[in-house]
Design a protein around this ligand. Sequence first.
Ligand code: GLN
Length: 383
Amino acid sequence: MSAAQTKPTACLALADGTIFYGHGFGATGQTTAELCFNTAMTGYQEIMTDPSYAGQIVTFTFPHIGNTGVTPEDDETGDPVAAGMVVKWMPTQSSNWRAAQELSDWLRARGRIAIGGVDTRRLTRAIRQQGAPHVALAHDPEGNFDLEALVAAARGFSGLEGLDLAKDVTCAQSYQWNEMRWAWPEGYAPQTAPKHKVVAVDYGAKRNILRCLASAGCDVTVLPASATYDDVMAHNPDGVFLSNGPGDPAATGAYAVPMIRDLLDKTQLPIFGICLGHQMLALALGAKTIKMNHGHHGANHPVKDKETGKVEITSMNHGFAVDTQTLPEGVTETHVSLFDGSNCGIRVADRPVFSVQHHPEASPGPQDSFYLFERFAKSMDAA
Ligand SMILES: NC(=O)CC[C@H](N)C(=O)O
């Protein structure tokens, strides 16, 4: 906080009793969640509206957040789904021709609490040391905080392990998706007429993934997370896409994995998964997932494609990972994180079934990972 802003109007309490004071913006009130940090320098709106952030408060390590405002065009879904945000500097008035609204007003309208003026470097170190902490975040313009109650609320948060959050963020009904990417990766021609009928199962899908599928020539039907094998097959798809999403893959897997297993056992359909979809495909193949210490959240994560030796600069947002040691016979690790060696991709031998942990649609590379959508489309050409 600056010296001029003396009385704190927001407070972040960690379950270990550490308190961070700051100034509130966005909605007032109180919320509990797991706390992570994201190292991306841009894309705060896409991050806040990524459904995979449900149940989490995001600490932004980049200090200037909010200075380009927000625009409906950049929403990854209808509402912000991250539970709140923590930043170093209070947002200044936005300055960007695309800005339709100030970040603070946008957060307030959507009931999301934010705190500014926090020493985010100290907080990030705490997250790295403790593992993603459970926290309570409160914003009160009068600055009245019951610290004991806040710490108790943080301790009362169950954490993300064992939580199925896909059911909260999935679409209520199936729908068609036709919109394409706005920018074309170099060397890729826009597909004018969709060639492949794809069912995308929505565990919390980001819109840009659906745009990338459409851009690769897919006629996309989106189904809710609860879709059964019969629901999927009723659309007579040429391929099935498993989306990203929040929460613990093992919990969502309780109903999603049997559907994916049926697809694997009863069909030869191409299957492509991203992030939660990747984790649940791995579970369906017999592997296990683990909770990471503080996860991967950023837009600068180097991932090595083990088959080509190429390194992609990727966007990541995950707190769980596939345990490489548990991959069964016939399932190969195709991608690996160069930060910590964790699994970032798998492929089933002799079948067009593959998935990645990172986000190929989010393009920090900026075109490094689009080939995965092309690979999925090509596998349907061949099928
Ligand atoms: N982006 C995602 O799909 C995240 C997957 C999962 N919820 C995780 O945190 O690991």
